[in-house]
Design a protein around this ligand. Structure first.
Ligand code: HEC
Length: 122
């Protein structure tokens, strides 16, 4: 092995570690398509609101989508931990909301949140 190979191997290991701690956005994209795509898309309102820019946006505030009064009045800004809590149990986070879906597995939530982040940075 040349020195450069060692460096590459070390870099790959570090990158893999970061990906698992912060969630894997590529896997999240696949999960999104399979589990959220029936109701959501990134750039258009469907049954649920569009998701581009959701991280950093006030909950219930994407223009042109008709939110439940509960989510429209929730008053917080979406960040990673709020999104994970929402996906675990939307009704526990915002009683009276209208999303009848949840994601029981923590690893899946983590990857979905990483994906939502990746479509939210400018
Ligand atoms: C059965 C349809 C349905 C599915 C499946 C679904 N959602 Fe939703 N989602 C909704 C609806 C409806 C709302 C609006 C809720 C309200 O107004 O109270 C919503 C709202 C949201 C919001 C709040 C957005 C905002 O602008 O405040 C997020 C985030 C979200 N969904 C993420 C997801 C993710 C991620 C998935 C896949 C794991 C998913 N949803 C699956 C219907 C769905």
């Amino acid at each position: 092995m040349r020195a450069g190979d060692h460096l590459l191997a070390a870099t790959l290991l570090v990158t893999a570690g970061v990906a698992s701690a912060a969630g894997d956005a590529a896997r999240g994209a696949l999960l999104y398509e399979a589990r959220c795509g029936a109701c959501h898309s990134i750039d258009a309102h469907r049954v649920g609101p569009l998701h581009r820019g959701v991280v950093g946006r006030r909950a219930g505030s994407a223009p042109g989508y008709d939110y439940s009064p509960a989510l429209a009045a929730a008053g917080f800004v979406w960040d990673a931990s709020r999104l994970a809590a929402w996906l675990r149990d939307p009704e526990a986070l915002v009683p009276g909301q209208r999303m009848a879906y949840s994601v029981p597995e923590a690893a899946d939530r983590n990857d979905l949140v990483a994906y939502l982040k990746s479509v939210s940075s400018p």
